[in-house]
Design a protein around this ligand. Structure first.
Ligand code: HEC
Length: 194
């Protein structure tokens, strides 16, 4: 074999072995890659956003959207100045449509553990990890307290949906489907029932 073809084969081998880079953050060269056609630039869901007007990447659903299987929720958090808050109104007007049977309570517990436990704690006393580790500044309410337990179901449902009136606890209406919010209410009741 001629020297030049030997060199050529050697070069091919070299190219084959150096073509793959194990570093996932450095994908090597790509045709038109530098023009953002191959590797799209995007912001992560919870990162700040320079382009969108409210500065958030993760956008709330459009005003007035209703999740599948739910109905219009006519109560709003920002009526603090009025005599009767919507939280109180929801308490007198809404009926809990979900039975507190074993299956629903078990699902309510599961939903609580997904959406509430981080702040309110495993025993719902307001000592969740986010608060005790100082990752969330406001003291979450003790959900077994008479302050919460004396509220009608509809008011607790309202708080889960729209957040607390002070705004220290955020709304969860868009994350948790209607039925599951009621199941959480039932689960909270079961914590103090004897
Ligand atoms: C990010 C932390 C956080 C999460 C998650 C959270 N809460 Fe809260 N919650 C709070 C804080 C803080 C307060 C006290 C709010 C205040 O003083 O206005 C509170 C208050 C409440 C209250 C009483 C409202 C009041 O006026 O004080 C209820 C009821 C409640 N939470 C239920 C829940 C349920 C049910 C979930 C899960 C669906 C949940 N929370 C998830 C932080 C949280």
């Amino acid at each position: 074999m001629k020297n030049s073809s030997l060199l050529f084969i050697l070069l091919l081998f070299l190219m084959a072995f150096t073509a793959c880079i194990r570093d996932k953050n450095n994908p090597g060269y790509a045709y038109m890659g530098e023009h953002d056609m191959y590797y799209t630039k995007f912001d992560k869901a919870y990162s700040p956003n320079k382009i969108l007007p409210n500065g958030q990447t993760n956008q709330p659903p459009a005003e007035g959207s209703i999740d599948r299987g739910s109905s219009f929720f006519p109560y709003h958090p920002k009526n603090i100045g009025e005599k009767v808050t919507d939280q109180a109104k929801a308490g007198t007007e809404l009926q809990n449509p979900v039975q507190d049977n074993a299956a629903n309570l078990a699902e309510g517990k599961r939903q609580y553990e997904i959406f509430c436990l981080d702040c309110h704690g495993a025993d719902a006393k307001g000592d969740g990890h986010l608060y005790t580790a100082k990752l969330f500044p406001a003291k979450p309410r003790d959900l077994t307290s008479s302050y919460v337990q004396n509220m009608p179901d509809g008011s607790i449902f309202f708080i889960i949906t729209e957040g607390s009136i002070s705004g220290l606890m955020g709304p969860h209406g868009t994350q948790i489907p209607t039925k599951n919010r009621w199941k959480i209410v039932n689960y909270l009741r079961s914590l103090v029932k004897k």
